[in-house]
Design a protein around this ligand. Structure first.
Ligand SMILES: *Cc1c(COP(=O)(O)O)cnc(C)c1O
Length: 223
């Protein structure tokens, strides 16, 4: 497994304007450092415990994206350093991010995670919930978060048409939110979709940010 070579192969395939989040979950710090030495700076983790255990031991100029389900009582551990929280799936967690970010005098970039998969098991908002969040007084008063776009995960399936349909749905959600709520805000630009198995389809459907783990670091032992 040559992490540097894997990274450069993927980077050659995708346009420079697409952000690559290297998902290092379950992989040793040494592999993160291999990617770091190859010039990579943007990494993703999906468990708060794992991220806060490794972050102090790794270079401080790494941009950490949190991509997993987030419990409100753990937000405080991420607030001092996290570069982006991609998995905001309810108002309550956004409120807590805003509160903890204020304590450390930061503005934390966030994405709204949408439930786009036809399977039931994935987390995320639907359009009605997102609208309620964006129209709430609580959201209007938040000064320490900045919504920069949307995130979603397609169904884990071989059925490419189904994956494509789910990514199209996320792109349409993004467009509708952009014109309705963020027309004046330049920062609302990201569509985070695409993983090792489906990033090519995601890019064809308008992804601006892909989150890739196993193609860079090898298969994981567990999920
Ligand atoms: C694990 C994970 C990824 C990366 O998965 P791979 O299939 O290994 O590329 C992307 N996004 C999220 C939210 C994840 O949890």
């Amino acid at each position: 497994m040559n992490v540097g070579e894997n990274l450069s192969r993927i980077k050659k395939e995708i346009s420079e304007s697409i952000k690559l989040v290297a998902v290092s979950k379950t992989k040793p710090d040494e592999m993160v450092m291999d990617a770091y030495h190859a010039g990579h700076r943007r990494f993703g983790e999906n468990k708060v415990q794992d991220l806060i255990a490794r972050q102090p031991n790794l270079p401080q100029n790494i941009h950490w994206h949190f991509i997993g389900h987030l419990q409100t009582n753990k937000v405080k551990y991420l607030a001092p350093f996290v570069s982006m929280i991609e998995s905001v799936d309810r108002l309550k967690v956004l409120k807590e991010i805003n509160k903890q970010a204020a304590k450390v005098d930061r503005v934390i970039p966030c994405l709204l995670q949408f439930h786009i998969a036809e399977e039931e098991t994935k987390f995320g908002l639907d359009m009605a919930e997102a609208k309620a969040l964006l129209e709430s007084e609580a959201y209007a008063n938040m000064k320490n978060i900045r919504l920069e776009g949307v995130m979603g995960m397609a169904t884990f399936t071989e059925d490419e048409e189904r994956i494509r349909r789910e990514f199209k749905l996320l792109r349409n959600i993004f467009r509708e939110l952009k014109v309705t709520y963020f027309a004046e805000e330049e920062a609302f630009n990201e569509i985070s979709m695409g993983m090792s198995g489906d990033y090519k389809i995601a890019i064809e459907e308008g992804s601006t940010m892909v989150r890739i783990g196993s193609l860079i670091f090898g298969e994981r032992e567990y999920h």
